[in-house]
Design a binder for this molecule. Structure first.
Ligand code: PRT
Ligand code: MG
Length: 208
């Protein structure tokens, strides 16, 4: 049995064509089903439906053989423990700093609100900027509006969320897309099944 970890939201939607190319269609629709393990049209493949941020953990420990996760999540998790053989080019966005529209960033120490604590820390450290990183779990956009931080680090797609809150994107930290990740032991033990799947995913990519 091959177990693939995916999150429910936008990654799932955009990953479906890749899975279908490999003959994998979930029997139940995760949007309506409450099942966390989904059987598929392939007897040897099941999906586990988890939070996007949990995908690297499940794959690292071998609870899932492989998974699909955003590069933002992988960076923050630390991806040394996983193979990352394929950029699927889906769920694209940008990891950026953002601040209040027209507000200058202070010269000295700045406060940065984000859920990407590790990534933000190393980004500002590399620039030689002293930053106090304040961990939030959501609604980062609020932080500059209420004086919690001068700056946020968050994902930006259309920019509408920032704009609606009088914020503006500042510096690009990294272009983000979703990656296929594989457990290191599974890559050896289930090599044939995984290699075949990889080829089918690559085939889907090549058609784009
Ligand atoms: O909701 P939950 O905590 O379960 O997880 P999640 O919200 O991380 O899951 P999901 O499925 O929403 O997102 C998973 C992955 O999608 C992320 O890890 C990214 O790799 C990728 N992705 C791509 C995005 C976006 N685009 C995106 N725009 N994830 C989030 N956003 C959010 C962003 O955080 C901000 O709040 O959308 C808002 C900005 O969008 P715009 O269009 O207004 O700029
Ligand atoms: Mg979400």
């Amino acid at each position: 049995m091959l177990t693939i970890a995916v999150s429910k939201g936008r990654i799932y939607e955009e990953a479906l064509p890749f899975l279908e190319e490999a003959g994998i269609t979930p029997i139940d629709d995760p949007k309506t089903s409450r099942k966390l393990i989904l059987s598929t049209t392939r007897e040897d493949v099941q999906l586990v439906i988890i939070r996007a941020t949990d995908v690297p953990t499940f794959v690292e420990y071998g609870a899932a053989d492989m998974g699909i996760a955003g590069k933002d999540v992988l960076l923050e998790h630390g991806a040394e423990s996983l193979y990352e053989p394929l950029d699927l080019g889906i769920a694209k966005c940008r990891l950026m700093t953002a601040a209040h529209k027209d507000a200058p960033i202070p010269k000295g120490r700045i406060r940065v609100a984000t859920k990407y604590v590790k990534t933000a820390h190393s980004y500002f450290a590399n620039l030689g900027i002293q930053a106090e990183i304040i961990k939030l779990y959501g609604s980062m956009e609020l932080a500059p509006l209420v004086g919690l931080a001068e700056c946020i680090v968050d994902l930006v797609d259309t920019g509408n969320t920032l704009k609606a809150n009088n914020l503006e994107p500042r510096e690009l930290i990294m272009n983000i897309s979703s990656r296929l990740v594989v457990n290191k032991a599974a890559m050896k033990m289930k090599n044939k099944a995984i290699a075949t799947l990889l080829e089918q995913f690559e085939h889907t990519l090549a058609k784009r």
